[in-house]
Design a binder for this molecule. Structure first.
Ligand code: ADP
Ligand code: MG
Length: 262
């Protein structure tokens, strides 16, 4: 692995040594869906350049947590600060944060009636008021980076799942985010397409992108993550460096989970 810019040192409690300064700070986060307490007392600090993998059983609140970081979910209690912007301090900050945080979903969510290129040009033109020429140049730059520039004029339905997910990554990168959130980006893919998407993510990690990835790809976690976070029942149960996490899991629930997926 080249260019590990911020090898954050993480202790058993998951406190990071902030080699790159804190870019995300979550304190005392609690969230309910109606009466259902979906996230309980979440504290999380992420250093700039840090790569975090979040895993845990289905329904444990992983998606909800990362959606909170992008202000896709309303939070009832606690504080979330992303790159100095307090998300919990007012609606005006939500747009600002979304400009800095890119998100990639399990179901690529590309616009079906737009070409690959148009999908990538849309947000910079709408949110950043980029000119058409600038947006196109940016889109081609990132499509080249995910090695799919030759498909720029096709429609999403003409691409494989792996190709569509790489377009979704390029589309997010076109907003030049400081942080990328991935929510099970390979779960909907046929097995033979998983690697091309993971390789794209590894490339991003090597370039120093701050990344939070919900994934059960434990090979990816081992080779890329600075820290693995395990969630169950809406709580962070355990977090550690990958070698510690996989080699010596502390919590009974972590061991049960790893026993199932490894
Ligand atoms: P995970 O990503 O770990 O599978 P989620 O964050 O998607 O977990 O969901 C956590 C829990 O919250 C689950 O029990 C789920 O059914 C519930 N949940 C998720 N989204 C909503 C919603 N919009 N309204 C009500 N309950 C929800
Ligand atoms: Mg989920």
């Amino acid at each position: 692995m080249t260019d590990r810019q911020n090898p954050a040192v993480v202790d058993r409690g998951g406190r990071s040594a902030q080699a790159g300064g804190t870019i995300i700070e979550i304190q005392g986060l609690n969230k309910w869906y109606d009466k259902f307490h979906v996230l309980t007392d979440i504290d999380l600090k992420v250093s700039s350049g840090e790569r975090i993998v979040i895993c845990g059983p289905s329904g444990s609140g992983k998606s909800t947590l990362i959606r909170c970081i992008n202000a896709l979910e309303k939070v009832q209690q606690g504080r979330i600060v992303v790159d100095g912007i307090d998300l919990t301090a007012g609606a005006g900050n939500i747009d600002a944060v979304r400009q800095e945080v890119g998100m990639v979903f399990q179901q690529f969510n590309l616009f079906p009636h737009m070409t690959v290129l148009q999908n990538c040009m849309l947000a910079p033109m709408r949110s950043r008021k980029a000119s058409k020429a600038d947006a196109e140049a940016l889109a081609m730059k990132y499509l080249t980076r995910v090695r799919i520039a030759d498909q720029a004029h096709k429609y999403p339905s003409q691409l494989s799942g792996g190709q569509q997910q790489r377009v979704a990554i390029a589309r997010a990168l076109c907003m030049t985010p400081k942080i990328m959130l991935f929510d099970e980006p390979t779960s909907a893919l046929d097995p033979e397409m998983v690697k091309e998407v993971l390789d794209t993510m590894i490339g991003l990690a090597e370039d120093g992108m701050t990344m939070l990835c919900v994934t059960h790809e434990m090979g990816f976690a081992r080779s890329v993550a600075d820290r693995v976070i395990f969630m169950a029942d809406g709580k962070i149960i355990e977090q550690a460096r990958p070698e510690e996490f996989f080699g010596n899991p502390q919590h009974e629930k972590t061991r049960a989970f790893l026993g199932q997926i490894l």
